[in-house]
Design a protein around this ligand. Structure first.
Ligand code: SF4
Length: 243
């Protein structure tokens, strides 16, 4: 029986590995990483540090394209409603990988905690449709994300991904689930990426955010009246496959 952890490189998927190692042999654990090739380079450093710490190699699957190439091929940009990036770059490669196992021979694990019961329900329903087993080990323990971060940095000695300094999640850069504050941080710290997405919005006529285009938002960000947000934490949504 294989135990496949969706190893996004978020702190909760890292802690899920830690929990499973209390009861399973590491030979039966697969750290499955779906590479969108669109992440901050420090996410890769963090995952590799964790892999060394657990002494389990990372199994990487990918579509082969990054988000930019996907947009180019689809002639459209992903949005929160139509998560083409999640589907093409994460879900489909994961499904292809899992096909090598018979459905009774593996369990998928996600790092959702007990506060994320809606996400658990959605993922449970999706896995039921696929007739595969799924589990969420963090739901059975009481620990906050901040406590997990402390354990990883202070006890395991692994610095968190730099993305956490700005964003709530170590998602892709850019992420098409971002809210206004996240886009502000992108505008401020990664202006080339911001402008690239704004240009693509004009090309394809789709806005990355609901209700507004990034070019209009940029005007607001540049205005004197705009109040700089301190954090994006409350507005960013995790990708379904993150953790
Ligand atoms: S993290 Fe964001 S950009 Fe990356 S696949 Fe998920 S929704 Fe898309």
């Amino acid at each position: 029986m294989k135990h496949i952890i969706l190893f996004s490189g978020g702190v909760q998927s890292a802690f899920t590995v830690h929990i499973l190692l209390q009861k399973l042999s590491k030979q039966d654990i697969i750290l499955l990483y779906t590479d969108t090739k669109t992440e901050h380079c420090d996410n890769y450093r963090f995952r590799n540090d964790l892999s060394k710490f657990f002494d389990i190699p990372i199994t990487t699957v990918q579509d082969g394209r990054d988000v930019w190439q996907l947009i180019d091929d689809l002639h459209d940009i992903p949005t929160a409603r139509f998560r083409l990036c999640t589907d093409r770059l994460k879900i489909r490669p994961r499904k292809r990988f899992c096909k090598q196992f018979s459905k009774d021979d593996f369990t998928l694990y996600f790092g959702f905690d007990k506060t994320e019961w809606r996400r658990m329900q959605r993922m449970f329903a999706r896995c039921q449709q696929e007739r595969i087993k799924v589990d969420f080990p963090l739901k059975d323990i009481t620990i906050t994300k901040e406590e997990i971060k402390k354990i990883i940095t202070e006890k395991w000695g692994i610095p968190l991904p730099q993305m956490y300094k700005l964003f709530k999640h170590a998602n892709c850069l850019p992420c098409f689930l971002w809210g206004k504050k996240d886009w502000y941080l992108c505008f401020k710290f990664f202006p080339e990426i911001y402008d690239k997405v704004a240009k693509l919005e004009q090309t394809y006529g789709t806005s990355a955010m609901r209700e507004t285009y990034l070019s209009d938002l940029k005007t607001i960000f540049q205005s004197k009246e705009f109040k700089t947000p301190e954090t994006s934490a409350l507005e960013s949504f995790p990708c379904e496959c993150v953790y």
